[in-house]
Design a protein around this ligand. Structure first.
Ligand code: ARG
Length: 467
């Protein structure tokens, strides 16, 4: 810290560069949030109009002053929207920028707007409104992504592909079924979004600095005017709480994780080795040196965005950790994390929705791969249980020997002659060949939630009704 005897010149040399003008410049830079919280202008103005209207209704300010305030705020709204507003960093944040401009526009009446409120409840309000709108937007975008998957699932309810565990061929499934797995995942994300909207649907305005106010305000009136279900109940918690932002980030992190798994599958599926899907040109790029290449850049970037979103979640959890009640300036660092994560999430959902809608599915490649890797071995074991009465463990053993034999002969299970199979187990008949095809395998899996086309269509109908 500079003491009285430090002359400005030597201080300047010490700080240098952009802080050449000394402590004032440093303070302004660390303190100001206008660079990012100007994004909250519409919410700030909407909140102030509701607050002023309530103040007048309660007789705390005159109707005349309220009218001037509301008119001035609407002028500011259009100034900002049309790019004719000069934001000042000296005025720190969006709240003070708007209030200062209001004073210029309407004079002393502007000073009455801040009666019975503080920037602490004001920022809690603005940010909550913003996050609520973002959640609503996320809900709509997830609905669009789910719709894209439902269409692809319907189209491919019967298309067989290999199902994987450990990324090793496991059992044949349908591509429609695989698509419906993502519908379940994004459906859960959407219900988390809906719960978060319910959680945050309480109005902070009127909590004032932290203790409430002695003015006869009506918090139910402002809550209603701003579209909240009710006002928050504890003024201290109200100005201390950023759970709504953390919930948004948690939801974004989980949805981002889901999107990254989809992105990764698309990266794998679009390799020439797999060849299950072909991305449209819109979502891929060529290589500057290798003319044959088509890179799944958009999917890779979606995969990476997850890292950013996780970073934001951890950042805000860490910012809030250990903060004493009530408001601390630390909390100003909440916004950039949420804004950045929201932008990443929106972009990721939009990109994946486009990719899912646009990609060409190569059903022939999928089908060929579905039959390789002895994917119907479980069907053979199940046949032995059903038709020859073997306990499953014994059937598993018998099947293992059949797979080993096929492997040594370099053929598929269905290509083993009956005599070979009977040498392994005498009760095997030629009926077994009916279950060794991939189509028979998937069609047999009719258990609730299973991969049979009839079940997949049931799942699709269920989701269509709720999407
Ligand atoms: N810009 C501040 C923030 O974003 C607004 C609240 C400031 N409150 C205060 N008492 N300094 O958190």
């Amino acid at each position: 810290m500079a003491d009285d005897t430090t002359d400005t010149k030597s201080s300047n040399q010490m700080w240098g560069g952009r802080f050449a003008s000394g402590p004032d410049a440093i303070m302004e830079e660390i303190n100001a949030s206008i660079g990012f919280d100007k994004k909250l202008f519409a919410q700030d103005i909407r909140g102030s109009i509701a607050h002023a209207t309530m103040l007048a209704h309660q007789g705390i300010i005159s109707t005349d002053d309220k009218d001037k305030i509301v008119h001035g705020l609407n002028t500011i709204l259009s100034e900002i929207e049309s790019g004719n507003f000069e934001f000042s960093r000296q005025l720190e944040d969006i709240h003070m920028n708007v209030e200062a401009r209001l004073a210029t526009l309407i004079g002393p009446a502007a000073g009455r707007l801040h009666t019975a409120r503080s920037r602490n409840d004001q920022v809690a309000l603005d940010f909550r409104l913003w996050v609520k709108e973002e959640l609503q937007k996320t809900e709509r975008m997830l609905t669009g992504l789910i719709a894209a998957f439902l269409d692809r699932a319907e189209e491919h309810a019967e298309s067989v592909m290999p199902g994987f565990t450990h990324l090793q061929t496991a059992q044949p499934v349908t591509f429609g079924h695989h698509c419906m797995a993502y519908v379940e995942m994004f459906g859960r994300d959407r219900s988390r979004v809906r719960h978060a909207i319910e959680h945050l649907d309480e109005s902070p305005i009127g909590a004032a600095a932290l203790a409430g106010t002695g003015y006869p305000i009506d918090r139910h009136m402002t809550a209603r005017a701003l579209g909240f279900r009710e006002p928050t109940r504890n003024s201290i918690d109200t100005v201390s709480d950023r759970d709504f932002a953390i919930e948004f980030l948690s939801i974004a992190a989980i949805a981002g994780m889901h999107l990254s798994r989809l992105a990764e599958e698309i990266v794998i599926w679009s390799t020439p080795q797999f060849g299950f899907v072909r991305l449209s040109d819109a979502f891929s790029t060529g290589s500057s040196i290798m003319p044959q290449k088509k890179n799944p850049d958009a999917a890779e970037l979606v995969r990476a965005k997850t890292g950013r979103i996780n970073g934001s979640l951890v950042a805000l959890l860490t910012i809030m950790k250990g903060l004493p009640l009530a408001y601390s300036k630390d909390m100003q660092e909440d916004k950039e994390q949420v804004f950045d994560a929201a932008e990443s999430l929106e972009l990721a959902i939009a990109a994946m929705t486009g990719m899912v809608r646009d990609m060409t599915v190569n059903t022939a490649r999928m089908k060929a791969a579905a039959g390789s890797g002895y994917s119907t071995a479980t069907d053979l074991a199940d046949w032995l249980v059903r038709e020859a009465g073997l306990p499953f463990r014994d059937a598993h053993h018998v099947t293992g020997r059949a797979v080993a034999l096929a492997e040594s002969k370099g053929c598929d299970l269905a290509e083993l002659p009956l005599s070979d199979l009977q040498a392994i187990h005498a009760e095997i008949t030629d009926k077994v060949y009916d279950v060794l095809t991939v189509e028979a395998s998937v069609a047999s899996r009719k258990s609730f939630g299973g991969t049979a086309p009839s079940e997949v269509r049931r799942q699709i109908a269920f989701w269509r009704a709720r999407n």
